[in-house]
Design a protein around this ligand. Sequence first.
Ligand code: GCU
Length: 428
Amino acid sequence: MRLGLCKMANCLAAVAFGIVSAGFSATFAQGPNYDESKVPCYELPELLVSECGIEINTPEAWKNIRRPEILKQFQKTMFGKYPEADLSKLKFEEISSYDKFLDGKATVKTVRVYFNAPEKTPKMDLMVVVPNNRSGAVPAFLMPNFQGNHTTTDDPNIPAFFAEGSTHNRGKAPEEVRGIAKSRWAYDKIIAAGYAIVTVFYEEIDPDFDDGFQNGVHPLFTNFSLQNGDYPATISAWAWGLSRALDCLETIPEIDAEKVIVLGHSRLGKTALWCGANDERFAAVVSNDSGCGGAALSRREFGETVKKINTTFPHWFCANFHEYGDCVNALPIDEHELIALIAPRPVYVASATEDLWADPKGEFLSALNAEPVYRLFELEGLGVDEQPDPDEPVGTYIRYHLRTGKHDVTDFDWEQYIKFANFVFSAK
Ligand code: GCU
């Protein structure tokens, strides 16, 4: 357990008046705090002590006792239950294949996943990009996109099915937005490094607005009930959808489905972490600028806060999480434990210098405070105690970098993720 930076005077006063839980959130409710000296006093929940006080000091005790407890707490308190549905209704269908992507260096298949066959909807289209120069099944990145598969490339041969459904591009014709997100998709580098990359438009899994959980995959969940504060909310639904994407990849011979890294940016970084925490088939996880509700420690209340995120995006987390807006110190979990749930699989947490809303330092501290679990497995973590300088990646099984620049996914980020993948798959 580490005590965060805090103004000692504030801290002592708060403890003396018994207001550690409630006082600070209220103080900073007016606007986001971007001043490190105003980060409230906090104590992180114990990672390696079980709910009944047992010290967790072996990998077995972590796997059998503590990990299930923490996973359950995240389900109860934050993301809601992990969805359950009738998986016998899943059906996959290849609907197109194009072998001249990237000047003939890659093949793109569009594989349609029907979630409730024989019903045609809900469904999602996976864009599966595989290097043509390969000698067998290849490892892959799975990274959902924000605006439609065809926004990730200028190539007109990539089908543009769903731009009209996008929260980000509502009302725009598919061809108007082709390629607009291409700077985030370093296809050339990924393919040249020998990896496949798979993407899917996240709102095909579940639309990104609050409609009382009527649309998308929610109606398929057998464990969903608004009566309970721990219903599977939208991030849980997206994460579940990515697991179904992995089910599909398991049937594609060009992909080595035991070597898939789930990667997400921003709200989809939160999703990638939650997906990897629940679905241990993923070989590793990358969180790019995931911020509040992702890698950033909730208790720091730096940038976006629990209160703010639940007000702006009431559908992302379950109702129980909304109860903690004014008392984050009462949360039974914090985000270092979300990172720890990935262990012993490798995890990468990335931040950007200008992305203060996502609290880069809080993201680093989560990664740092997850290290005790990796140590149980005798695996090296970050190898540093202080947040590194910009553009100086650190770590082994837990990695971190602070990229110069804005909230984004850039070539620099991809260069690090490719090196990370090289490590992940050579360390096995
Ligand atoms: C908003 C939101 C963040 C989220 C981001 C995104 O800024 O407040 O929590 O990460 O959108 O997904 O782009």
